[in-house]
Design a protein around this ligand. Structure first.
Ligand code: HEC
Ligand code: HEC
Length: 482
């Protein structure tokens, strides 16, 4: 088989050489460029005449970004190709150790992603969030009705705390994989969220960006410090590259089928052994309503379609699964749910926000009455307000946006630890421990929640959706396979 694999690159090399010659670029005596397994040249800059995919691939890893006035970072500094295009805390730690030992600059460590950047500016050098948590600063403007309070990361924030003049919030987020992004952006399907950017799903962990081009532009400006915007074609090339990267060939086949409107869609599921197949049934029951994976749009990032048989009517697009810090604590003894507390370095990312709901836009609803009306002033203490920062819409008692995040795809999960938007679950086991507590808490808050029953409308409610501890081995086996 190995000699067959060598054929494609050689053919591609000849083809490329011919293209270059045809374009008048092939001066006498030039060597045929070396091509990688995807048929692309391996230099820092793409060659003219290469495909959009190859140009995008080269620029994804291009630290120079000539002409953009950037800070030496490439997309690949965070979305590391060797790590399924994400970043782990262990690798960040190893890279910092190498930089310290060798003195060779690593552009991952730029002052703007240091914990102390707001205090020390260009001299900032405390990389605790990158190192210990694998988290990167994401700066989001505050909606007009949302203020940060002056109690810093103190929990609880004293009642005497006052609003600061800050106009942006620094949120610390994990670097998601870019695999499968072709089918995890806005999908135009229900369920549709009632407010804010991209009501049918979007890019970023909170779904705030609509296209890969706009995503790349935002990344170049913020993470790579570009002072000049690139031409549109540059962004198209980056999108072409990312749109062709998948966690498996089966997902590639699915994406192609979706693009050409094939029905029914092919199932991207790998062959499952009996334990994994048992796990899939548990997954469909306990997780599938949010993480999809059945019928319609099997990307694992779209909630079940409301028309799917047995689907409760309460399914929504964006969710708070209590991943932000601090974790909810039950005030009843013994506690009815018991989340693992966040680490000290995660707790440093907590801030308290004050949301003023005047009943006019952006929060838009009357306030001060009984639920589901939100109160007129809400204070929340959290490491990540989620979509609240896009809409300013609070709402205990109603479907507010506090801590609401987009649903990620779970394809290729075994290769993308740690998990959650703040990397708070180191392993799949820890991730499931979190969901065990999550389901218990949902039951305390709302025992009739559609999330908890496969038999909506039955009284008293039949709580049969959460997975049981004896189902964990099967569920883990399935999650490791997809
Ligand atoms: C400093 C680290 C860093 C760099 C450099 C970086 N990213 Fe990201 N990327 C992130 C983080 C963190 C997020 C999640 C941000 C959020 O949700 O608010 C993200 C999100 C994304 C997403 C969204 C994925 C999804 O599933 O919604 C895409 C696509 C992406 N980046 C592409 C790029 C491209 C293209 C570049 C280069 C132009 C780039 N990134 C540079 C850290 C980085
Ligand atoms: C109520 C909707 C909902 C249910 C039910 C649900 N999830 Fe999630 N899941 C989400 C949302 C929203 C996120 C993003 C939150 C975050 O990362 O902070 C998420 C994130 C995840 C992640 C992190 C992915 C990554 O790459 O970091 C994993 C893994 C996951 N869920 C697995 C599961 C499993 C397994 C189940 C069933 C036991 C489940 N989920 C049930 C909504 C849900």
């Amino acid at each position: 088989m190995t000699h067959r694999r060598h054929f494609r690159p050689i053919h591609a090399a000849l083809l490329l050489a011919a293209v270059i010659a045809a374009c008048g670029g092939g001066g006498g005596g030039e060597e045929t460029p070396l091509l990688d397994a995807e048929g692309c040249t391996t230099g820092a800059e793409p060659l003219p005449g290469e495909s959009a995919f190859c140009r995008g691939k080269a620029n994804f890893s291009n630290r120079t970004l000539a002409g953009l006035g950037a800070n030496g970072r490439s997309c690949a500094d965070c979305h590391m190709p060797a790590e399924s295009f994400q970043l782990t805390p262990a690798t960040a730690q190893a890279r910092l150790a190498t930089m310290t030992a060798t003195g060779v600059d690593d552009p991952l460590f730029r002052a703007l992603d240091a914990d102390d950047f707001r205090v020390n500016g260009a001299a900032a050098h405390d990389f605790t969030n990158l190192n210990q948590n694998g988290l990167v600063r994401v700066t989001i403007p505050l909606p007009a009705n949302v203020k940060l309070l002056d109690c810093g990361a103190t929990v609880p924030c004293p009642a005497s705390a006052r609003a600061t003049s800050e106009t942006v919030a620094d949120i610390w987020r994990s670097v998601p994989s870019i695999l499968d992004v072709r089918i995890t952006g806005p999908d135009g399907l229900g369920p549709v969220w009632p407010r804010g950017a991209n009501p049918s799903g979007g890019y970023q962990l909170d779904g705030r960006i609509d296209t890969l081009q706009n995503q790349a532009l935002a990344a170049l400006r913020s993470h790579a410090g570009a002072t000049i915007d690139p031409p549109a074609a540059f962004l198209d090339d980056l999108a072409a590259f990312q749109n062709a990267k998948f966690s498996s060939n089966a997902v590639r086949v699915l994406a192609n089928a979706m693009a050409s409107g094939v029905s029914p869609l092919p199932d991207p599921e790998p062959a499952l052994d009996p334990l994994e197949a048992a796990g899939k049934l548990v997954f469909d029951r306990a997780c599938g309503q949010c993480h999809g994976n059945q019928a319609g749009h099997p990307s694992s990032s779209v909630p079940l379609l409301l028309s799917t048989a047995g689907t409760p009517t309460g399914i929504v697009r964006y969710h708070d699964v209590a991943t932000a810090c601090p974790r909810p604590v039950d005030n009843v003894s013994p506690p009815r749910f018991d989340f693992k507390p966040c680490s000290a370095s995660q707790m440093k990312n907590v801030r308290t926000y004050e949301i003023t709901n005047s009943g006019v836009a952006p929060s838009g609803t009357p306030c001060g009455g009984a639920a589901p009306q939100p109160p007129c002033v809400t204070r929340i203490t959290t490491s990540d307000p989620g979509r609240l920062l896009l809409t300013g819409y609070p709402a205990p008692g109603g479907p507010g946006d506090i801590q609401h995040m987009d649903i990620p795809s779970l394809r290729g999960l075994s290769r993308t630890a740690p998990y959650f938007s703040n990397n708070t679950a180191a392993t799949l086991e820890e991730m499931l421990d979190h969901y065990t507590q999550f389901f218990k808490r949902v039951q305390v808050q709302n025992p009739a929640a559609p999330l908890l029953t496969t038999k909506p409308g039955v009284t008293p409610p039949v709580i049969d959706r959460p997975f049981t501890q004896s189902e964990v081995p099967a569920l883990l086996a399935y999650l490791r396979k997809i």
